[in-house]
Design a protein around this ligand. Structure first.
Ligand code: NAD
Length: 475
């Protein structure tokens, strides 16, 4: 049982003013494994004040100094990788391979930001003007539970690389990961107040950060509904806002695709992070004339997909993070059945032989039309929908017929053909015959999947404001 009763303000671990205790669960056993004392709005104010005090000096640090800090932070988080993996498995239930990737990702993003900073030009020329890229000020960084440590480190890396100071509001459900990351970052020895970490509820601490006049920038990852609330709160003081929100990504299987190659990729794209991924490929677009063949292949593949104990290396789909999330997924499975979709794998309830834990059955529906609820709304669980199309134009039209636009996948035996389709998709990222991540490339959504981009130079620019200086040069 872990008792987490401090937050991090002005370079020190302090007892929060907030007194609410919040239980942390192991989703694989439903047992309470820890308790966190939550910060409140007053704690958020103190954190913002510390970041505001630290900003003038920090914003004037050199590129070299900030690269050194990022490298120290990288080394410190890397040294805690095993501990972080344990926390991710315990409180989140990520299967081994995913948990390992997440634990590594948390340190990798810090090093990546150091590399981007190395090559980044803070001063540029535009006509006769000098353009200086100036850090925005105090950044409020709000993260979700589905990759808490990675988002804390990724957002903080970009903010600090730009010269902003930060107040981080991690998910209240991820306090164990947050504790490991905070201890590591503390060891990196940054000046007090440069970053502050206040775990608390979204509607108190999160809301305070998103409305506070001393916060200049917000970077939020989470649901589209909360993203819209944050954008409204930010409007009064015209904060710069980056929103990374939900998705309903299409996986377009072109008619020339080799199913032996593509079906395992489609399954991985759909069930990644136990289906709790904003980028999961949940709408599988299949040519009508090859549907029977595709259904047979995918049913066979899903029957081999192990759901259960996240510590078993064979497990692909671990538990849902919470009972609420488990119930949400069950509701969507029932909705799919009620709306007339045809179950070809999985279904409601727990996987066979599993008694406790928030486990769901990896589920695939066929006969789905793109206007069904399961094709329109983000489920955030391992529930996939097969939708058929007659020709490529129709496939593209269905792919783009969604309020979201975060990511898309195109699979074809002919990469040139796949690239032509990719060019016509409205999404922030299109993956052609691959599931690989590219940390230097921008990440973010079209339409209601968000505003702005993270990662690489685009992610760094999101914490900067261009300032044009005219007449300063005589040349
Ligand atoms: P959520 O929106 O419920 O919560 C995200 C964060 O916002 C949490 O820290 C929460 O406490 C906080 N929050 C809640 N209400 C708030 C308010 N009124 N003001 C300020 N902050 C508030 O999301 P979640 O359930 O933690 O995560 C799942 C969602 O995140 C999914 O919709 C998923 O698609 C999305 N997501 C998006 C990306 C991306 O990069 N686009 C990545 C991961 C997850």
């Amino acid at each position: 049982m872990q008792d987490i009763d401090t937050i991090y303000i002005d370079g020190a671990f302090v007892t929060p003013h907030g007194e609410e205790r919040y239980d942390l669960f192991n989703p694989a056993t439903e047992q309470v494994i820890g308790r966190v004392r939550l910060a409140d709005a007053q704690d958020a104010d103190l954190a913002i004040a510390a970041a505001k005090r630290a900003f003038p000096a920090f914003s004037r640090t050199s590129k070299r100094e900030r690269i050194d800090m990022l490298k120290r932070m990288h080394a410190a988080v890397l040294a805690r990788e095993d501990e972080l993996f344990e926390a991710i498995t315990e409180e989140y239930g990520a299967p081994v391979s995913r948990g390992r990737w997440m634990a590594k990702h948390a340190s990798a993003v810090l090093l990546e930001a150091a590399k981007v900073l190395q090559d980044f030009a803070f001063t540029r020329r535009a006509g006769t003007a000098d353009v200086v890229m100036q850090p925005l000020g105090v950044a409020g960084l709000i993260t979700p539970w589905n990759s808490d440590a990675g988002f804390i480190c990724g957002k903080l890396a970009a903010a600090l690389a730009a010269g902003c100071t930060a107040v981080i509001k991690p998910s209240e459900m991820s306090a164990m990961q947050t504790r490991v990351v905070t201890e590591a970052l503390h060891e990196a020895g940054l000046p007090p107040g440069v970053f502050n970490i206040v775990t608390g509820r979204g509607d108190t601490v999160g809301a305070r950060i998103s409305a506070h006049p001393d916060v200049a920038k917000l970077s939020f990852t989470g649901s589209t509904a909360v993203g819209k609330t944050i954008l409204r709160s930010a409007a009064d003081t015209l904060k710069r806002v980056t929103l990374e929100l939900g998705g309903k990504s299409p996986a377009i299987v072109l008619d020339d695709a080799d199913f032996d190659v593509v079906v395992p990729l489609v399954i991985q794209a759909g069930f990644m992070n136990s289906g709790q991924a904003c980028i999961a490929g949940t709408r599988i677009l299949v040519p009508q004339h090859r549907l029977d063949e595709f259904e047979a292949r995918i049913s066979e593949e899903v029957s081999r997909t192990q759901a259960g104990d996240p510590r078993d290396p064979q497990t692909v789909v671990g538990p849902m993070v919470s009972q609420k999330q488990w119930e949400r997924v069950q509701r969507y499975i029932r909705l799919g059945i009620d709306e007339g979709a045809r179950l070809i794998a999985g279904g409601a309830g727990r996987p066979e032989g599993v008694g406790a834990g928030w486990f769901v059955r990896p589920t695939v529906f066929s006969g789905v039309s793109n206007d069904m609820t399961i094709a329109r709304e983000e489920i955030f669980g391992p529930v996939l929908s097969i939708i058929t199309y007659r020709d490529t134009d129709e496939a593209i039209a269905i792919a783009n017929d969604t309020p979201y636009g975060l990511q898309a996948y195109v699979f074809s035996a002919d990469p040139a053909r796949a690239s032509e389709v990719a060019a016509r998709i409205d999404a922030g990222r299109v993956l052609v015959n691959t599931l690989a991540h590219e940390p230097a490339a921008p990440f973010g959504g079209f339409k209601q999947s968000g505003i702005g981009r993270e990662y690489g130079a685009y992610g760094l620019e999101a914490f900067l404001e261009p300032k044009a200086v005219l007449g300063a040069r005589r040349d």
